[in-house]
Design a protein around this ligand. Structure first.
Ligand SMILES: Cc1cc2nc3c(=O)[nH]c(=O)nc-3n(C[C@H](O)[C@H](O)[C@H](O)COP(=O)(O)OP(=O)(O)OC[C@H]3O[C@@H](n4cnc5c(N)ncnc54)[C@H](O)[C@@H]3O)c2cc1C
Length: 383
């Protein structure tokens, strides 16, 4: 529980970009930082990752509050002065002497701004929220990498993650193997192999990324198949489609409405179809043919581009690379300036994946951390 109510900086929160911020901001030993993180004990791994970034000798700076769900940024006129959050059933307020730094990621940062009265005026009024600053781009311009999957059945003489998942003896076997020799299924990432491909030779750089999964399920997050199977996920690198995120309620605990708007343009559809065709070519190679018995999804009856698109409509989904909902840049739809300051507001910045003007053409993790480091640098040098 906070013993003090005022800090130099309040950081909401400790995701990938946010976890590098407090460390850098407190390097001088004088600056006092409070970090609010919605996760709690059930997310201990994440807290440990965070702890790895935070130096300290037991003195609580930066001070980390877990299970602390930020409700809104407190404002005086157009100046951010603190944050209201809930923790263990109590509502608390803390003040920032210098700045409030939002690092809640591409879903929460725009949601929190909207809940704080900073966002599209009509949307805020619709939910009974007083408009502090009418900023139409907050929550717009949502980008993500959509993944379209081709699944093959494997031969009976190979083990895929499917059989390990469905068989307790194999799970124990792989657990023991991991402990004794650091080998086996537990030493494998979710997507152990990757590939970047130019689907057309005239392209200057790859336009589709691939993740190979040594397992399969009907859709992301569903139970794994009971037969040996593997998946190749085709992920167009530079989507043109733009979605949005809007609060559905003034209650911060309620999720916002999200429309990713995948494959809204013809170019995005064409790239996805071209990507799936390359997936089939990969499985048709002699190297892969020795391990597979046939295509399970969409199946060989899917022959036309429209068949492939219908398959994508039914089974494709996020690769968890949401960005750009608080876009940096010039123009009326930009939310932050080149110093990551929220336009039209004082003492308020967004420092996370939401500020990317366009999603990067690969995985977003490293870029989010870089944004955290660069953001901390800009905050320090503004002092
Ligand atoms: C399942 C999954 C797998 C992924 N795999 C990869 C991968 O293999 N490679 C890769 O490069 N990228 C991967 N990503 C993407 C990558 O993790 C993100 O791009 C990156 O984490 C974005 O960093 P961020 O700092 O913007 O936000 P996040 O890391 O999402 O941090 C946001 C933090 O805010 C907290 N929070 C949110 N709302 C509140 C609130 N109101 N109050 C307090 N705290 C709040 C959350 O608990 C979270 O800790 C994956 C993402 C997911 C979800």
């Amino acid at each position: 529980m906070c013993s003090r109510a005022e800090f130099d900086f309040i950081v909401v929160v400790s995701g990938l970009a946010g976890c590098v911020l407090p460390n850098l901001l407190t390097e001088d030993g004088k600056t006092v930082v409070l970090l609010l993180e919605a996760g709690g004990k059930d997310r201990d791994l994440w807290i440990w990752i965070l702890a790895g970034y935070l130096k300290g000798d037991g003195v609580a700076n930066p001070k980390v509050e877990i299970r602390a769900l930020a409700h809104r940024v407190l404002t005086e006129g157009k100046r951010a002065i603190g944050v209201e959050f809930s923790q263990d059933g109590a509502i608390r307020q803390v003040r920032a002497r210098r700045e409030v730094l939002l690092a809640g990621g591409a879903i929460n940062s725009p949601q929190l701004l909207q809940l704080s009265g900073i966002g599209p005026g009509a949307l805020l009024r619709q939910h009974g929220i007083d408009v502090v600053h009418d900023l139409p781009g907050v929550g717009e311009n949502l980008q993500d990498h959509c993944g379209g999957r081709i699944i093959y059945r494997c031969t009976a003489n190979v083990w895929t993650m499917n059989e390990v998942y469905h068989n307790w003896l194999r799970r124990i076997h792989h657990g023991v193997q991991y402990v004794l020799s650091m080998k086996g299924a537990l030493m494998t990432g979710a997507g152990p192999m990757g590939l970047f491909v130019r689907t057309r030779p005239e392209l200057a750089s790859p336009d589709v990324q691939y993740q190979f999964l040594a397992g399969s399920s009907e859709k992301t997050g569903e139970e794994m198949h009971r037969f040996p199977g593997c998946t190749l996920v085709a992920i167009p690198c530079r989507p043109e489609s733009r979605g949005w995120l809007r609060i559905a309620s003034p209650d911060p605990a309620q999720p916002p409405a999200i429309q990713p708007n995948y494959l809204a343009t013809q170019a995005d559809k064409d790239t996805m179809v071209a990507g799936l065709k390359v997936s089939r070519r990969v499985f048709a190679t002699p190297a892969m043919q020795q391990y597979v018995t046939g295509e399970y999804l969409p199946g060989q009856q899917a022959t036309t581009d429209e068949d492939l698109l219908n398959h994508v409509r039914a089974t494709a989904g996020t690769t968890f690379h949401q960005t750009s909902t608080c876009m940096m840049g010039p123009g009326p739809m930009a939310v932050v300036d080149a110093s990551l300051r929220v336009k039209g507001m004082e003492r308020l910045r967004v420092i996370d994946a939401s500020i990317m003007p366009t999603v990067v053409s690969g995985n977003t993790n490293a870029t989010a951390i870089m944004i955290g480091e660069k953001g901390a640098d800009m905050v320090l040098h503004a002092a």
